[in-house]
Design a protein around this ligand. Structure first.
Ligand SMILES: Cc1cc2nc3c(=O)[nH]c(=O)nc-3n(C[C@H](O)[C@H](O)[C@H](O)COP(=O)(O)O)c2cc1C
Length: 244
């Protein structure tokens, strides 16, 4: 498939066939993800493949009981990882400067880029994926379960497998809202958001599964007026991130 069509055809998959992913194919997907660009070549990401059924069960439970975490043939946890970098400092008898917010950004961005390349590689081979941010519902427990060392944290999980559903592609914001020229420009975008709300209402009403009656702006208002995972700063600090 054409790469642009593949990217524009993305949709999250939450129902998988039980077929296993061939080991060679799996390794190739991981290698493709790993080939991503990396800030200062720190390679600040570690991927943990969850094969232990009990760990899958525990992750499912702490991530809002999302069944596909347990049902997907593969479940990966993408960790932002500076543990290795700090080992390099010690190896060369230099003292690492720890806890900088900039390091947190570097590690998180590296991890997201690796994950998205992994997702595209998988989708290009006919697999489906679903990111799972909900493993941060109880990040302390996730870190403990995966025996994560200091200076690492679980950014998100990802289900992978052959799709057993064909969800419609979700419309994105209009291009004139998403892509600006030279400056941000109109900060309110009232009419564009109204038009997009209409498109999303229509999408939610007519999609084949999980129909609902909600506009995008309503959905955002609901999400962003709640204190979402307020423990994250404490968690990240406890792992050695964002201390200054
Ligand atoms: C970082 C991240 C975390 C996500 N976490 C979850 C999750 O925990 N559970 C889930 O069902 N979907 C999750 N999603 C999927 C989004 O809901 C989905 O990408 C979004 O609604 C757009 O739909 P689409 O991927 O089908 O285009 C996550 C996506 C991202 C990027």
């Amino acid at each position: 498939m054409d790469v642009l069509d593949l990217l524009k055809g993305h949709r999250s998959i939450r129902t998988f066939k039980s077929d296993a992913i061939d080991e060679q194919l799996f390794e190739n997907i991981i290698l493709a993800g790993q080939a991503s660009a990396s800030s200062s070549f720190i390679q600040a990401c570690t991927v943990i493949r969850i094969t232990d059924a009990n760990k899958r069960k525990a992750l499912r439970a702490l991530a809002g009981d999302q069944a596909y975490i347990e049902e997907a043939p593969e479940f990966l946890v993408f960790c932002a990882d500076l543990n290795r970098s700090f080992q390099c400092c010690r190896r060369h008898l230099s003292t690492p400067v720890e806890g900088l917010t900039e390091q947190f950004i570097i590690a998180t961005v590296d991890t997201a880029i690796v994950a998205q390349s992994t997702a595209i590689a998988a989708e290009s081979l006919g697999l489906g994926i679903c990111y799972i941010g909900a493993i941060r519902n109880d990040p302390f427990k996730t870190a403990e379960l995966l025996e994560l060392p200091d200076h690492t944290y679980p950014v998100f999980g990802m289900c992978l497998g052959y799709p057993d559903e064909a969800p419609e592609v979700k419309p994105r914001l209009p291009l004139n809202v998403f892509l600006k020229t030279d400056v941000y420009g109109d900060k309110n975008e009232e009419s564009e958001i109204s038009a997009y709300d209409e498109a999303m209402l229509n999408y939610y009403k007519n999609r084949t599964k999980n129909q609902k009656q909600q506009s995008w702006s309503e959905q955002m208002a609901g999400i962003l007026s709640k204190e979402n995972r307020p423990f994250m700063k404490k968690f990240l600090t406890s792992r050695g991130f964002i201390k200054r």
